[in-house]
Every structure is written in structure tokens, then in C-alpha cells.
Write a protein that binds this ligand. Structure first.
Ligand SMILES: Cc1cc2nc3c(=O)[nH]c(=O)nc-3n(C[C@H](O)[C@H](O)[C@H](O)COP(=O)(O)OP(=O)(O)OC[C@H]3O[C@@H](n4cnc5c(N)ncnc54)[C@H](O)[C@@H]3O)c2cc1C
Length: 327
């Protein structure tokens, strides 16, 4: 091994709520964590203005502000936070190897993967415009549905998640129009039935989005077209929800870790953060296709740091857990 290769006890990949929480716990347990932020420092929450459901902020907080606070908390205990993108890993040996920006090689006893997932969007210019403005486009009904109470919204998607989100919105909104591209749902029968039986959900089959309409600041409606008849119509709406799936950021791990068919990392032992490779742990949305919330990401970040700490303690008797400050 070259002398130039940096050797660390704990390397955290990702700077969302999972990564920063793992860093807070790992730093307080004497693991001297190094955290790579990736190309989205602060993670997905930096793309939203209002976070109203993270405990501890009774007045709500903006996503970027909250993530700066998490970063400061991780730094306070000595986390070494760095810019950089992990481009390659090698988990075949006892020591786990990672490469930063295809250049720097680092060896780490433990790895905590917190690389999150990215919501898929349709890619329409108007959709992206109002998404960036924070003006009514969202990929998370549980996060943003509350802002559309008693209003009319449109949701795109036909799978189980789309049905669940449409049903969630129906309890808050006056009317939910659901756009289904084919002449049937992709979702399980039970989920589809639940949506079909909800009074304030209107389902438009064979229907796709032509354009998200707005006044330059916020969404005012959606123009849709029937892909059989080509007929267009405009639906008034203040919210446009996209529920066509997520892509976990896990491609670089696929040669070593067990992933499900979508790419989510599979927990080797349910109820822990362990993967199929000893010393490699996962937290947050990279392994979670069910909850996908900041608080659950933070919770599993804590679990990953504690699991990593116990792994180190079992492997190396000289590693002393800093029990005085950790709990
Ligand atoms: C618009 C929007 C609004 C939301 N609102 C809320 C809300 O109000 N409340 C709520 O609880 N949840 C909300 N969510 C969901 C929440 O943001 C996620 O559940 C949470 O951020 C997941 O945290 P995470 O740490 O797992 O990953 P992420 O936040 O996705 O962070 C992933 C991190 O990994 C890094 N990364 C990825 N690949 C690499 C790599 N190869 N090398 C280095 N770094 C890498 C990225 O740069 C990023 O820093 C919202 C999501 C979106 C998109």
C-alpha cells in the first residue's frame, strides 16, 4: 500500500440529514469521521423552502437553513467535512477503499452510505421552472401536501406510491385530479381500488401532462392531453405533484452490495443499518423506499454510526468508544 493513501476509521458518504446525523454520533464516539458532501451539499432538503415537520422547529425552517445547522453541529464535534464526489469503491477486502473524484484513494475501516435518492420528474420546462421557484411543483405529498389544504391539486403517477400520495392529498385538498398514462393503474389492486373509491379524487386515464401553467411565480393549473384522442384540457390547480418514482444514488455500490430491483440498498439484517458487507452501513433514503423523510433519514444515520462504532469496538480492542459523551 502506498504511503500516500489516507487511512480513516469512518468515512461517511453524503451530507443530507442521514450523513450529518451519522457524523454527529460518530464524531462524539471518537471515530474521527470524514464526510464527503457530494454535489448537493445538504442533500434534498436544500431544494425546499419550508420544512414544517422536523421536530424542534415549532415555527418551521427553510431546508437550506436547517441543513447548515446540522452541518455546524457535525463540525462542532470534529467531523472533517470535505467537498468531493465518491466515484468508485472497492469493498472486496477487509479494508474498504473509496476514490474521491476518480483521484484520491482513501481506506476506511467503516463506511456509512448516506447517498440518498433523487425524485424523478417529467422533465418539462414549465415543471422545472415552478419546481425551482418553489411555486407549486412537488415530488413529496407528505412533505408539501399541507400547503395545499382545501385547494385543488393534480398528481401524476399510477403506481402504489402515487396511489398512496393521492389518497394522502385527498384528505387535505378539496379535489385531487390523478393523471394515469395508460388505461389502467400499475399499482396493486387494493391501492388502485382505494383511490377509485375516494370521492374527491378524479382519475383521468390515458392522460399526460402537456404543460404546467402558472403566473410566472406560482402554479395556476395544468394542461393535459389524452394520448388516444389527442384532446387537450386545462385543469385549475395550485399544486402539481409528481409521483413517478425515485432513483436511489447507489450505482457505484452495485458490484458489492445487495440492491433491490430499483437500486435501494437492502439491509442485511432488518432493524439495523448493516449491509451484506461487514463494516459497510447504510442510512437514509438510499435504503428507504417507504418513509423517505428527513427525520427517518436522521434516525437511521444515528443507527449507522452506532452500528459502525460497535463494529470497530469488536474488531479492535484498542478502539475506545467515547461513552462519556455519546449518550
Ligand atoms: C422538494 C423536497 C421537499 C422535501 N420536504 C421534506 C419535508 O418537508 N420534510 C421531510 O421530512 N422530508 C422532506 N423531503 C424528503 C427529505 O429531503 C429526504 O427524505 C431526506 O433528505 C433524505 O436524506 P438522506 O440524508 O438520506 O439523503 P439526501 O438528502 O438525498 O442527501 C444525499 C447526499 O448524498 C450526497 N451524495 C450522493 N451520491 C454521492 C457520492 N457518490 N459521493 C458523495 N456524496 C454523494 C449528495 O450530495 C447529498 O448530499 C423533501 C424532499 C424533497 C425533494
Amino acid at each position: 500500500m502506498s504511503d500516500n493513501i489516507e487511512k480513516v476509521k469512518c468515512l461517511i458518504i453524503g451530507s443530507g440529514p442521514a450523513g450529518y446525523t451519522a457524523a454527529i454520533y460518530a464524531a462524539r464516539a471518537n471515530m474521527n469521521p470524514v464526510l464527503y458532501q457530494g454535489n448537493q451539499p445538504g442533500g434534498q432538503l436544500t431544494t425546499t423552502n419550508d420544512v414544517e415537520n422536523f421536530p424542534g422547529y415549532p415555527e418551521g425552517i427553510t431546508g437550506p437553513e436547517m441543513m447548515l445547522q446540522l452541518q455546524a453541529q457535525a463540525e462542532r464535534f470534529g467531523t472533517d467535512i470535505r467537498n468531493g464526489w465518491i466515484t468508485k469503491v472497492d469493498f472486496s477486502g477487509d479494508v474498504h477503499k473509496v476514490w474521491v473524484n476518480d483521484e484520491t484513494e482513501i481506506h476506511s475501516d467503516t463506511i456509512i452510505i448516506s447517498t440518498g435518492a433523487s425524485a424523478k420528474y417529467l422533465g418539462l420546462e414549465s415543471e422545472q421552472k415552478y419546481l425551482k421557484l418553489g411555486g407549486g411543483v412537488s415530488a413529496c405529498a407528505v412533505c408539501d401536501g399541507f400547503f395545499y389544504r382545501n385547494q385543488e391539486v393534480v398528481i401524476v403517477g399510477a403506481g402504489d406510491s402515487a396511489c398512496e400520495e393521492a389518497h394522502y392529498l385527498s384528505k387535505l385538498c378539496k379535489k385531487v385530479t390523478m393523471l394515469v398514462r395508460r388505461d389502467e393503474f400499475r399499482a396493486s389492486k387494493i391501492m388502485a381500488e382505494r383511490v377509485k373509491n375516494t370521492e374527491n379524487i378524479e382519475i383521468l386515464y390515458n392522460t399526460e401532462t402537456d404543460e404546467v401553467l402558472g403566473d410566472g411565480q406560482v402554479v395556476t393549473g395544468v394542461r393535459v392531453f389524452n394520448n388516444q384522442t389527442k384532446e387537450k384540457q386545462e385543469i385549475p390547480a395550485t399544486g402539481f405533484f409528481v409521483a413517478i418514482g425515485h432513483k436511489p444514488n447507489t450505482d457505484i455500490f452495485k458490484d458489492y452490495l445487495d440492491l433491490d430491483e430499483t437500486g435501494y440498498i437492502i439491509n442485511a439484517k432488518p432493524g439495523t443499518s448493516k449491509t451484506n458487507i461487514e463494516g459497510v452501513f447504510v442510512s437514509g433514503d438510499a435504503a428507504d423506499h417507504v418513509y423517505r423523510q428527513a427525520i427517518t433519514a436522521a434516525g437511521t444515520g444515528c443507527m449507522a454510526a452506532l452500528d459502525a462504532e460497535r463494529y470497530l469496538a469488536a474488531k479492535d480492542a484498542s478502539f475506545e468508544v467515547n461513552t462519556a459523551t455519546n449518550y
